[in-house]
Design a binder for this molecule. Structure first.
Ligand SMILES: *[C@@H]1O[C@H](CO)[C@@H](O)[C@H](O)[C@H]1NC(C)=O
Ligand SMILES: *[C@@H]1O[C@H](CO)[C@@H](O)[C@H](O)[C@H]1NC(C)=O
Ligand SMILES: *[C@@H]1O[C@H](CO)[C@@H](O)[C@H](O)[C@H]1NC(C)=O
Ligand SMILES: *[C@@H]1O[C@H](CO)[C@@H](O)[C@H](O)[C@H]1NC(C)=O
Ligand SMILES: *[C@@H]1O[C@H](CO)[C@@H](O)[C@H](O)[C@H]1NC(C)=O
Ligand SMILES: *[C@@H]1O[C@H](CO)[C@@H](O)[C@H](O)[C@H]1NC(C)=O
Ligand SMILES: *[C@@H]1O[C@H](CO)[C@@H](O)[C@H](O)[C@H]1NC(C)=O
Ligand SMILES: *[C@@H]1O[C@H](CO)[C@@H](O)[C@H](O)[C@H]1NC(C)=O
Length: 438
């Protein structure tokens, strides 16, 4: 039944270069910083190997077999082309971890089907916080771009999650084991959960990504993080616009040498380290992170570091933990402009634990060292007024070298107070108080 479609794809690929113009590879402009590894810069792929992805074109029938076929045909030296003004439907989980030396030119729209039962049974499992994904991208020297759209069809998931918090909502863009690759010039819409989960990857650049997707029902879109990095190093996220309602970017366990710069985040929970130390027996590392030139509006936090204490704690029925160990070290947040954000900066080593005294009696086994916030400006929201920030370490022994410099941030009433617990106030350019507001 599928065969004619597949043959058609093969036939098309021969003439595609003539009939369908390919997108230009994006130019990567690293501002203000360049990452420590040079950006990937592979030679152009063969212009005679273009696989145009075939589609049923009816807006409902699954095109995943044609998509996989095109990836296999043009892998290792060619181009996979999703045509402009075409909507492709993906109704089956696609393992794309075999890719190498390929350009993926997404000019059209790729929409994931709304079959929540199928996806919960078949999506890829990442073995971290029940994260799953529609597809998983991996391999080496992969360039994905083209100006097109990935549409997660999130509304059914937002409604399903409101009925059952254990619904396994897929991540829109799942990455596992990707090296020396670039993802650029894409629109991501209505992800059921996180927009990107990036695991086991190194030297990967995300550039010029436009993220948005609101719920159209009374059930809001939850946990729509822009990016989560996990077991990854040398990842750059830059020049992107994110409109969501959870972390704009979040560094999960074993994220090192990550550069995040020139983002416009709206509605988010900030750029977050963690949460870490959730699982006893695990050792979490987040190290050498640079976050620079960020605009942060209408959200809960600007810069945030969330660490669980060494006491069992519960945020919610599906989010519990505490007692894990590890280290957060060498983290810089600079040049952040906040507008209508609840806290410009929030560090907590008491995540999930409502009792501060219980938190201090059981200091975190996860240390925080050498963290600098500098050149912040703007105005917070009224929520925690007169506070603009909160620095809560569980003990001075496990939290060192925390600096907040050139903090030109005020609350709507003009105050610049911050809750400080186990801090050296001389290192914090705010007015420290004992006034705790959560
Ligand atoms: C799911 O998608 C199918 C096919 O596109 C459509 O007929 C149906 O109305 C959708 N269901 C929901 C709940 O959105
Ligand atoms: C990452 O790599 C490890 C080691 O090969 C593997 O066990 C794991 O399944 C991979 N994926 C994730 C999400 O950790
Ligand atoms: C993962 O799912 C299981 C079973 O549905 C649930 O018990 C657990 O709390 C979930 N964990 C997280 C971190 O969501
Ligand atoms: C993180 O790295 C540490 C040190 O190598 C290791 O012990 C730990 O298992 C890693 N954690 C994960 C989730 O990969
Ligand atoms: C900061 O980011 C904005 C986009 O939000 C960009 O226009 C500007 O050039 C960046 N500035 C620097 C110094 O990189
Ligand atoms: C920004 O976020 C707010 C609050 O979530 C939302 O109401 C508004 O529509 C968003 N604006 C833009 C331009 O995305
Ligand atoms: C700290 O992180 C920065 C990136 O922000 C990196 O350039 C530097 O080498 C790191 N320093 C140490 C001592 O790891
Ligand atoms: C969100 O922030 C932007 C830019 O900072 C602002 O113009 C806009 O009015 C805000 N929207 C809401 C709903 O607060």
């Amino acid at each position: 039944m599928r065969l004619p479609a597949l043959l058609l794809t093969a036939a098309l690929s021969l003439t595609a270069a003539l009939e369908y113009p390919l997108s230009q590879r994006p130019k990567l402009l690293p501002m203000p910083y360049s990452p420590r590894l040079p950006f990937p810069n592979p030679p152009r792929r063969s212009s005679s190997r273009v696989c145009v992805v075939n589609t049923h074109g009816d807006g409902t029938t699954d095109d995943s077999l044609s998509i996989l076929f095109a990836f296999h045909q043009c892998n290792d030296g060619g181009h996979v082309l999703f045509l402009r003004d075409v909507t492709y439907i993906v109704g089956a989980a696609m393992d794309l971890t075999f890719l190498k030396h390929v350009d993926v030119d997404i000019q059209g729209r790729i929409q994931f089907s709304n079959d929540t039962q199928y996806w919960q049974e078949n999506s890829f499992r990442f073995g971290f916080q029940n994260v799953t994904s529609f597809f998983v991208l991996g391999g080496e020297d992969v360039w994905v771009y083209g100006g097109g759209t990935l549409d997660g069809n999130g509304q059914v998931w937002y409604d399903e999650y409101a009925r059952d918090v254990f619904t396994l909502r897929p991540v829109l863009f799942g990455v596992d084991g990707l090296r020396d690759s670039v993802v650029s010039d894409l629109k991501l819409r209505w992800s059921p959960q996180y927009y990107h989960f990036v695991a086991n990857s190194s030297n990967v650049v995300f550039n010029n990504i436009d993220i948005a997707g609101d719920s159209r029902s009374q059930n809001s879109a939850k946990n729509t993080d822009g990016w989560d990095t996990y077991r990854s190093r040398d990842v750059t996220i830059m020049n992107s616009v994110i409109d969501n309602s959870d972390d704009c970017v979040s560094f999960k366990p074993n994220s090192t040498d990550i550069l995040v710069q020139s983002l416009v985040c709206n509605g988010s929970h900030g750029i977050s380290v963690g949460s870490l130390g959730q699982y006893v027996e695990e050792f979490d590392i987040v190290e050498s992170i640079m976050v620079s030139n960020i605009s942060m509006s209408n959200g809960s936090d600007g810069a945030r570091i969330k660490v669980w204490p060494n006491a069992p704690s519960a945020m919610s029925p599906d989010l519990q933990g505490g007692g894990g160990s590890g280290r957060v070290r060498n983290i810089t947040y600079e040049d952040m402009t906040v507008n209508n954000v609840d806290y410009a900066v929030q560090i907590t080593q008491c995540y999930g634990q409502r009792s501060l005294s219980l938190c201090q009696q059981h200091p975190s086994r996860l240390t925080i060292d050498d963290v600098t916030f500098r050149r912040f400006k703007g105005t917070t929201s009224q929520k925690y007024q007169p506070l603009i920030a909160s620095f809560a370490c569980s003990s001075a022994e496990v939290c060192n070298g925390i600096y907040a410099l050139d903090m030109d941030v005020v609350s709507p009433s003009g105050t610049r107070q911050a809750f400080c617990m186990n801090q050296d106030p001389r290192k914090l350019d705010v007015e420290c108080t004992d006034n705790y507001k959560g």
